[in-house]
Write a protein that binds this ligand. Structure first.
Ligand SMILES: [Zn+2]
Length: 81
């Protein structure tokens, strides 16, 4: 069984690059038995998808500053939920 510390490192790796299958299998085994790491994984995935939306906002020249601000506030609210 891998440690929670190791699991958290692999969870981050998994989001940035493909994790080798043997690591993925051990990570999943850990996640099956560890609620803390399951929650952590959901959290990391959610934050990452929010960041991707932020980038999209920055790259949309058609958006007015007020619209940008509004979307940013919504993202913030989602993060704090
Ligand atoms: Zn764990």
């Amino acid at each position: 069984m891998i440690s929670c510390r190791q699991a958290s490192l692999w969870i981050e790796d998994e989001l940035h690059k493909a994790l080798p299958w043997h690591r993925k299998a051990r990570l999943w085994l850990h996640l099956l038995g560890c609620r803390m790491c399951q929650t952590y994984r959901l959290h990391v995935a959610r934050i990452r998808s929010l960041f991707r939306r932020e980038e999209w906002i920055e790259e949309s020249p058609g958006l007015s500053p007020a619209a940008r601000e509004r979307i940013r506030e919504n993202l913030q609210r989602e993060l704090n939920r």
